[in-house]
Each structure stands twice: as C-alpha cells, then as structure tokens.
Design a protein around this ligand. Structure first.
Ligand SMILES: Nc1ncnc2c1ncn2[C@@H]1O[C@H](COP(=O)(O)OP(=O)(O)OP(=O)(O)O)[C@@H](O)[C@H]1O
Ligand SMILES: [Mg+2]
Length: 318
C-alpha cells in the first residue's frame, strides 16, 4: 500500500529524512511519533507529494512517486487526502461549501455533490450544522468537517498531521472514535502523525518512532509499548524510580486479572516476601495489557525466575 526505501531529504544542507525505509499495510492505522523537529510532518507530506524528497523510493498504491507528473500527483491526492491540526477550513464558507470544495474542484455535478455532502455529514454526525460557519463551531466540530472534506473524494489513504493536538482530551477521544470507524467501516488506511502517546495507544495497530530523521523503532504498538524499548520510554518521559536494594523484576501480563493471583501464589508457594514497586494497566485498542515491577531478595532470585518461567510469565530483570 505504502512503501518507502532509502528515502533521504535535505533542507539546504540539513538532512531531515535519513535513509527511511518502511511499509504501511492496507487498513493499518499507522502512527508516526517522535520529538518536535524529528521530521514527522515532512515525512507525511512526502507521502502525497506535497513535499519532494531527494533520493530513494516512495511507492503509494502501486505508483512510484518519482515517476509521476504534477498532474498525476494531483490525481493521486484524490486517493491520499489529508487532515490538518488546525483544520484549514475556509472561514467565509459554510459547512456545506467547505465539504463540497474538493468535489467542486473535480467538477462533480450539483446533485452528486449535494448527496455526497449529506452522506458525509451523516458519517460525522453533524447534519444540523450544514449551514453554519466555522467560527460558530467548536474545535471538535471543525475537525469533523476537516475529516468529511478529506473523505469527500473517497480516498484510500487518510494522512493526519497532529489531527487531535489542538483538542481537549474528551474531544480527542471522540475524533479518534470517528477515525476508527472510518478505518473499520470504509477500509481506509490511516497514517497518524502525533506526539500524543495516548493517540497511538488507543487507535494505532502499528507505529514508527522517528528520531532526527531516522527510523528508530517500528512494530506493533502493543508489543512495543509492553516491552517498552528505551527509545519509547525516553519519549514518554517515563523515569522509573526503583529500590536500590534487592532485585527488581518487571512482569508483563496480557490479561487484566492474571497478575492478581500470580503474586500471592508465588509468595505462598516459595514462602518469600515480595514487594510491589509499581504496576499499571494500559489499554491498546481493544486489549488491556499490564506490567508490574516487583522487588525481591537477591537470594530468592533463582526460585522466582523458575516460578515465573514455569507459569509462562514474560519478565525482565531491571
Ligand atoms: N520548509 C522548511 N525549510 C527548512 N527547514 C524546514 C522546513 N520545514 C521543516 N524544516 C526543518 O525540518 C526538520 C523537520 O521538521 P518537521 O516539521 O518535519 O518536524 P516534526 O517532527 O513534524 O516536528 P513537530 O512535532 O514540531 O511538528 C526541522 O528541523 C525543521 O526545522
Ligand atoms: Mg509536525
């Protein structure tokens, strides 16, 4: 669906995309995360030809971007549309006109446009705002209009650049639900650039961590978070304070209830004291995953590891 190989891009002498290679699969909700200035927006804008790149290959929907004329790129953008952080609505046009804009540009007739806009308003649940102007809408409503406009031409891929970063947490949640619905019901592949970890955790099945223009980590979101490679930890700003004495072990659970019994069982079976340092449950799309850090006496280490292995608990000594 989307395929990049050894992509490099410079702004002047500064390399902003550094040998980027990865793939996005059909129907993925793919997260691109990284610090400010990492090159996320630049990378996203390369995907629909809004930004040029210096060398390497970008292949979208079977087309090699370097082979396309500017007319071909315009046509490609029907299939690869974009949602922006600050909505980019036309303030002097009402909701209907904003959503109808791309349809008018492509010369669809009036009846088709009317029907399509109504259909889109239904999807974003804002039928009653059809004649309203952007200044009278909330941020969340404006973003819904931005999404409807992006869907107008029936794209196959939706590129979102910080689409929820200007919204409060509750509105963010409702926009994420809408994007999930769009992905699920219409089979649209979504690429989300964001610096909000909650966004990635709640809707992205796969993610890429970009650092100074380089792919640092890529993989399934739940697996990456669960195993928490240091790069993600750093991005999360997650500094774990651990007891200095004894041994700290982090246990991973894929089922909400499993950790409850295992600790008591282990304590009873091995007849040892176990302190719980911290634990957390996190929701990834529909899964709940948990991690728990325990502290034990050095002398109990061997038995504890044996017990955990026997019970198939994934763990890591910190
Ligand atoms: N038009 C431009 N001309 C020159 N340098 C640019 C241009 N656009 C971006 N840059 C530089 O390229 C680098 C990557 O920018 P980019 O906007 O892609 O980062 P980002 O990861 O999206 O950051 P943020 O999270 O702040 O949006 C930055 O160092 C930025 O200063
Ligand atoms: Mg950006």
């Amino acid at each position: 669906m989307i395929y990049l190989k050894n992509v490099n891009k410079y702004y002047g002498k500064t390399k902003v995309l550094d040998n980027i290679s990865f793939e996005i699969n059909n129907k993925d909700i793919f997260g691109i995360v990284g610090h400010s200035g990492a090159g996320k927006s630049t990378l996203l804008r390369c995907l629909n030809g809004l930004e040029e790149f210096d060398d390497g290959e970008i292949n979208i929907l079977g087309k090699n971007l370097k082979d396309l004329s500017s007319k071909d790129i315009r046509i490609l953008r029907k299939d690869v549309s974009m949602v922006f952080q600050y909505f980019n609505l036309m303030e002097r046009s009402n909701v209907f006109e904003n959503i109808a804009f791309p349809l008018k540009i492509w010369g669809y007739d009036k009846t088709f446009i009317n029907n399509r806009v109504l259909e889109l308003l239904e999807i974003i649940e804002l039928k009653d705002k059809i004649n309203e102007y952007p200044k009278n809408l909330s941020g969340g409503q404006k973003q819904r209009i931005g999404i409807a406009r992006a869907l107008a031409l029936n794209p196959k891929i939706l590129l979102c650049d910080e689409a929820t970063s200007a919204l409060d947490p509750k509105t963010t949640k409702s926009i994420l639900e809408l994007l999930l619905k769009i992905n699920y019901d219409m089979g649209i592949t979504i690429v989300m650039v964001t610096h909000q970890m909650e966004v990635v955790k709640s809707i992205c099945n796969r993610m890429l961590l970009l650092d100074k223009g380089k792919v640092q980590t890529i993989g399934n979101t739940d697996k990456l978070f669960l195993e928490s490679p240091n790069s993600i930890k750093l991005l999360l700003g997650e500094e774990e304070t651990l007891p200095l004495s004894g041994i700290n072990i982090k246990l991973f659970f894929s089922d909400e209830n499993s950790e409850k019994s295992i600790i008591t069982q282990m304590s009873r079976t091995l007849n040892i004291d176990i302190s719980i340092v911290w634990g957390k449950l996190e929701k990834f799309r529909s899964n709940v995953l948990g991690s728990l850090v325990i502290n034990i006496d050095e002398n109990d280490m061997e038995n504890v590891m044996k017990f955990l292995n026997k019970n198939n608990i994934h763990c890591e000594v910190l």
